[in-house]
Design a protein around this ligand. Structure first.
Ligand SMILES: NC(=O)c1ccc[n+]([C@@H]2O[C@H](COP(=O)([O-])OP(=O)(O)OC[C@H]3O[C@@H](n4cnc5c(N)ncnc54)[C@H](OP(=O)(O)O)[C@@H]3O)[C@@H](O)[C@H]2O)c1
Length: 312
């Protein structure tokens, strides 16, 4: 495993983090095995959110960290909040950065995670009704109380980040975005600037360049999925060309397909962190091995092309 500073926080995290969105379907014993596997592979960074499983993911993660007996200070726990969910209906009704909602969500997360603080708290998705002064006061209250050590955002474009950063007193250290071999539009659009083809459609506003300029860590979510959550592209017959290239390059560097797909993200000079969501120990081990795979420029490009992209 390799480690990197998250933003400019002074805090390091494993380049492959474990995302626990899918841990709610596991038993307590299985969850502990997943977390122990992650730790054994060198993962020290865990990502959850208040809405995952309507709180069940954070509860299972907190329990599993206790069950395996890892000291709290040896791991980094990150949560995300700002999406209001009707807990009875398990249905998202709005994005909400109001003081009361964020404070309530954070306190519940701390309780479920069985901890006094989270290392990072990210605003999960942009709230168009955000009151900037109220958000600044909320962050200050959370930081002063020692409940949140560092802050960040998720699924936000450069101007949304700039606006929030201008308002709050704490640095925004990370932007968690959907990125991977089947989510390359943030790169594609940059290569097709000033063109009229489909690849030139800019969905992200230069978010990778922005993160590099502002020294924010991009945390790549759903690194093995295609579509929003349509499925895993590894060993999927819908993607024969990509799987053939994953196989071939894996053969060249002695790595599995998961490792190759992980290494492709980590090769990007933005120094991204991969948020692996697998709950299968073997898959987690394979993904983590990707942190030690190094690609040449051409190998990186070859995978980009095999994923269905081209040059203008
Ligand atoms: N910020 C956001 O808006 C946002 C949104 C979504 C997710 N996230 C974060 O990102 C994390 C990862 O998301 P994700 O779970 O969608 O990502 P993922 O790691 O790309 O996908 C995991 C899924 O792929 C399957 N998989 C992995 N390797 C496989 C293989 N070799 N063969 C077959 N299936 C395989 C896993 O099954 P197995 O469990 O069997 O391996 C699991 O169902 C989440 O846990 C969450 O922390 C953030």
């Amino acid at each position: 495993m390799k480690y990197q500073e998250i933003g400019q926080s002074g805090v390091t995290g494993s380049r492959v983090a474990l995302g626990v969105m899918r841990i709610g379907g596991k038993t307590r014993e299985e969850a502990a095995e997943v977390v122990q596997t992650a730790l054994d592979c060198g993962i020290d960074f865990f990502d959850t959110a208040d809405i995952y499983g309507a709180g069940r993911s954070s509860m299972m993660l907190g329990q599993a960290l206790r069950d395996v007996g890892v000291p709290r200070e040896q791991v980094k726990v990150q949560t995300k909040f700002g999406i209001f969910m009707d807990h009875e209906l398990k249905y998202t009704t709005r994005y909400d950065f109001s003081h009361d909602h964020l404070m309530e969500a954070l306190d519940l997360e701390l309780e479920l995670l069985q901890t006094d603080y989270v290392d990072f708290a990210l605003l999960h998705r942009p709230d168009p009704l955000v009151d900037l002064e109220e958000l600044a006061d909320t962050f200050a209250e959370m930081a002063d109380a020692g409940k949140v050590r560092h802050f960040g955002v998720s699924n936000m474009g450069p101007w949304q980040v700039e606006m929030l950063q201008a308002a709050v007193g704490q640095r925004l250290e990370a932007n968690q975005l959907q990125f991977g071999l089947m989510h390359t539009h943030a790169i594609q659009a940059g290569l097709h600037v000033n063109m009229e083809d489909e690849a030139s459609l800019d969905h992200d506003g230069g978010v990778i360049e922005h993160a590099r300029l502002r020294h924010m860590t991009i945390q790549a979510w759903s690194p093995f999925q295609y579509g929003t959550f349509e499925g895993c592209f590894i060993d999927n017959e819908k993607f024969p060309q990509l799987n053939a290239k994953l196989d071939a390059l894996g053969g060249e560097v002695g790595a599995t397909k998961e490792a190759v797909a992980t290494a492709w993200i980590l090769r990007h000079p933005a120094k991204m962190q991969v948020v692996c969501g697998s709950m299968t120990p073997e898959h987690i081990k394979n993904a983590c091995a990707g942190a030690d795979v190094e690609f040449t420029r051409q190998q990186w490009w070859d995978l980009y092309f095999a994923a269905g992209n081209d040059l203008p």
